[in-house]
Design a binder for this molecule. Sequence first.
Ligand SMILES: [Zn+2]
Length: 381
Amino acid sequence: MNTLLDNIGLLVTNDPSVGAGLTGEIADAAVLVDGDVIRWVGHSADSPDADTRIDLERRCVIPGFVDSHSHLIFAGDRTAEFTARMSGQAYSAGGIRTTVAATRAASDDELRRRAKDLVAEMRRHGTTTVEIKSGYGLDVTNEARSLRIARELTTETTYIGAHVVPPEYADNPDGYVDLVCGEMLDACAPHAKWIDVFCDRGAFDADQARTVLQAGMRRGLMPRLHANQLEPGPGVQLAVEVDAASADHCTHLSDADIDALAGSATVATLLPGAEFSTRAAYPDARRLIDAGATVALATDCNPGSSYTSSIPFCIAIAVRDMRMTPAEAVWAATAGGARALRRDDVGVLRVGANADLVAVNAPSYVHLAYRPGVQLIGTIR
Ligand SMILES: [Zn+2]
């Protein structure tokens, strides 16, 4: 049984072959869906016959957001750290250890319930595909169970045992890298699709990060990397060197970093929720886009540096403070996120793609930035 979603005021397809501009926009549009798959996209006037019809009442319809960077498996709360930071204290990678202690002490059910609630919260804000990382277990048992729970919620699971060095390895970071590449990888690889490392000040250097990524790749995991968040560094170059799907954060980039990204298939995933919540300068999206790099936007949802699950919030920041156009920001949060996960079945509304459609209760997606903080995501079916 198929359904025609009809009377769409403005449709964002992200398919320039059927619509106008980067976002492939069609006015007065309709989409035919059959179960979870798109069967037809075009102008309402040309609509095929359908078993049922839903009237979108001239609203804007976009592809569901693809949130390609989140850390949802955790327990505890870092309100005090946030409050201190807003009074002037700087953010450092070490705060992660607070969450590690709480996560290790939590039951499976507690971790599962929190993650499910966050995924549901993301869904209400229009996200239909989510990547979830481990990284708050930092021992064999807790990294593996984090990924097992994440796998219940998404196929896009990322092993980041190399998030920070846990306290028990403070005097032996290379010993910890050996664990991450050995016994911990053995326990985690069956539940993970991706391997990731926090390559930055206070976390792991380029040699350690390369060792971890290569160990994961030998086990069939695909690489992605936390790079250049806290200061300029080697992360982006390493990401490009190993053909990582994404270099995430990209807050401090040199001209050479931007050239390397522009000449590669590695997406620059920008996470403005992190700069917002740590009161840091935003990444230079304009420079990346103008150089020809592919840019994605994601939430980085985590309890320390970016406790938002809302892609529309990130879009509002990207437009207001990072000089992305509304169309570029929506593209980055949909098609860009899909590229950062090397997916072509999401982030785009074309025949054969997943029927992940999201209605914006407004005539245009521009309202996502124009009306910040307002819940504009509606339901279709
Ligand atoms: Zn992250």
